[in-house]
Design a protein around this ligand. Structure first.
Ligand SMILES: C[S@@+](CC[C@H](N)C(=O)[O-])C[C@H]1O[C@@H](n2cnc3c(N)ncnc32)[C@H](O)[C@@H]1O
Length: 271
């Protein structure tokens, strides 16, 4: 199974959270009579864009999903492309002058479960600011803190796996060990030029009904797995699960619970 296919069948947690946030925040956003142009940054396999975001929008002219991964973009194009929905590759974490790619810009920027991958948050927010037309809004949803990343760090200390995880710090979100991630994010967005409508990082919980669901979920997003020889990947994943269990994620009934802080930032580019 390739990564996009695995992701699209193992992203129940991400889909649950996107739905919760969209239902709460879409009614809060200003919607133009004449339609909107929308970008979903870090769209991944494209199912959240097509099956969750688009049906909940009041009215739409154009939606574009962008992702750093060509594999994800190809998968999304193949399975979820539509009259008013297209996908293309873009790295939102690099200084890219995004208006060269999208000269008209967008009225809304959405991003779900992507920005925790990006260390240069300022460049990323700056790109989003440039992508927006004046008065345009951004709704950014991503992991601020998650025991998953502590598990990566623990795994990287093991002699068996350390050679594959030397750059582990690149995969730990910049907010993971901050006491007030939402305030840091809000300050940064304000420095970039955004007005902050709200920015918070509440605790979420998600229950995995059995160990296989959890195993597939962590497999689908694990950036180190593809570096590990095929015949050792199962052992690696088993140890990942054991390390996660030590971080109080295991319930007595065989279920596992993920507890994490989700950053939810609703920003506007002033007129
Ligand atoms: C966990 S997936 C989320 C996909 C989808 N938004 C969802 O909610 O299911 C994160 C996606 O962010 C993408 N990504 C990571 N860094 C990125 C960057 N710098 N620019 C654009 N996309 C990026 C990854 O390739 C991946 O497809």
């Amino acid at each position: 199974m390739d990564q996009a296919q695995l992701y699209v069948s193992s992203n129940a947690l991400q889909k649950r959270d996107a739905l919760i946030v969209l239902k709460e925040y879409l009614p809060e956003m200003a919607w133009a009579e004449e339609g909107e142009s929308i970008i979903d940054v870090g769209c991944g396999s494209g199912d959240v864009t097509r099956n969750l975001l688009m049906p909940l929008l009041p009215r739409v002219e154009e939606v574009v999903g962008v992702d750093i991964s060509n594999d994800m973009v190809n998968f999304a194009s193949k399975h979820f492309q539509h009259n008013s929905l297209s996908f293309r590759a873009m790295d939102i974490g690099k200084a890219i002058q995004p208006r060269m790619v999208f000269p008209d810009g967008f009225t809304k920027v959405f991003s779900f479960y992507c920005l925790h991958w990006i260390h240069d948050q300022e460049t990323c927010l700056n790109n989003m600011y440039q992508l927006l037309q004046p008065g345009g809004e951004a709704l950014l949803v991503f992991l601020a803190k998650n025991p998953l990343f502590t598990m990566y760090e623990k795994m990287s200390e093991k002699t068996e796996w350390s050679e594959y995880m030397k750059d582990v710090s690149n995969f730990v979100p910049v907010y993971q060990y901050k006491s007030d991630p939402a305030q840091i994010m809000a300050d940064l967005a304000q420095d970039v030029g955004f007005e902050i409508l709200s920015c918070e990082a509440p605790m979420f919980e998600f229950v995995f009904e059995n160990i296989n669901y959890l195993r597939n979920a962590i497999k689908a997003v694990n950036p180190f797995l593809k570096r590990i020889p095929q015949d050792r990947q199962d052992a690696f994943l088993m140890e990942c699960l054991e390390e996660l269990a030590k971080l109080k994620t295991k319930c007595e009934d065989g279920k596992s619970v993920a507890r994490y802080n989700l950053m939810i930032a609703h920003l506007v580019k002033p007129n």
